[in-house]
Design a protein around this ligand. Structure first.
Ligand SMILES: [Zn+2]
Length: 223
C-alpha cells in the first residue's frame, strides 16, 4: 500500500508556506523498467517526487531546500517558459524546471535524471512528443555529465544501458548499436550484458516500447 501524508513546507526561494503531499510509505511489486523506473506501487507516486511553489514557481524534490543558484534561475526566461510549456504535462514541466536548475548548478547527472522522470510523466499522459524530447534532453545532459568526468549510473556498462534505452525509446536507433557495443566492451556483469544485447535486438526491430528487466532476461533465456 502507498500511504501519503500532508507536509507543510516553506519555499526555499520566496518563503511562502504551503502543504505538499509526501510519501509516508510505498512498495514495489515486480521488476523495474530498463530505464530504472520502479514498478507499482512506487511507480504511481511520481506526482510526489517533485514540488512546485504556487507563489514563485520554484520546482524541486524538496521545496524547502535547493542550491543558491535557483534564486536566479527561477526568474530566467528559459525557466519561466518551461514551467508553462503546454506541449508537456504539468508534472513533466516540474521535472524539466528542476533539470534547468540542476544544470545551472553544474550537476548534469541529476539534471539528466530529472529529464528521465519528465519522460515518465509524459508516458503516463500519453504525450509522445514530450516523452521523446525529454529523453533526448536526458541523453544530452548525461553525455555532458560524462564529458565533465561525472558518472550517472554505477557499474560497468550501466551508463551505456541507460543511454541505449533513452536513445531507442526516442527513436534514435542508429546510435543504440554503438552505445551498446561500447558498453559490452567494458566487460559488464551478466545482467547488464543481457540488457545491452536486448537493447540491440529491440533497436534492430525499431521497437520504441517500454520493457522491464525481467523481459530482458526472458529474451536471453529464449535465445
Ligand atoms: Zn516560492
Amino acid at each position: 500500500m502507498t500511504k501519503l501524508s500532508d507536509q507543510k513546507k516553506t519555499c526555499f526561494i520566496c518563503g511562502e508556506i504551503n502543504v505538499y503531499k509526501a510519501i509516508a510509505s510505498t512498495n514495489r511489486f515486480g521488476h523495474a523498467d530498463l530505464d530504472t523506473r520502479p514498478p507499482e506501487m512506487e511507480r504511481s507516486t511520481i506526482h510526489c517526487w517533485i514540488q512546485r511553489c504556487p507563489s514563485c514557481s520554484y520546482c524541486a524534490p524538496d521545496i524547502s531546500d535547493g542550491p543558491e543558484v535557483a534564486t536566479k534561475v527561477v526568474k530566467s526566461d528559459d525557466y519561466l517558459k518551461q514551467g508553462d510549456d503546454s506541449s508537456y504535462p504539468e508534472l513533466a514541466n516540474k521535472f524539466l524546471c528542476w533539470a534547468i536548475i540542476k544544470e545551472a548548478k553544474g550537476d548534469n547527472s541529476s539534471a539528466g535524471w530529472a529529464a528521465v522522470k519528465a519522460a515518465w510523466a509524459c508516458d503516463d499522459a500519453n504525450k509522445e512528443s514530450g516523452a521523446k524530447e525529454s529523453r533526448k534532453r536526458a541523453v544530452a545532459l548525461f553525455e555532458q555529465a560524462r564529458g565533465y568526468g561525472t558518472s550517472f549510473a554505477e557499474g560497468l556498462g550501466a551508463e551505456e544501458a541507460i543511454l541505449a534505452d533513452l536513445l531507442r525509446r526516442s527513436g534514435q536507433f542508429d546510435k543504440v548499436e554503438t552505445v551498446c557495443q561500447d558498453g559490452l566492451e567494458e566487460g559488464p556483469e551478466a545482467m547488464v550484458k543481457t540488457i545491452l544485447h536486448f537493447q540491440q535486438s529491440l533497436a534492430r526491430r525499431k521497437d520504441t516500447g517500454c520493457y522491464t528487466v525481467a523481459e530482458a532476461v526472458e529474451f536471453a533465456d529464449g535465445k
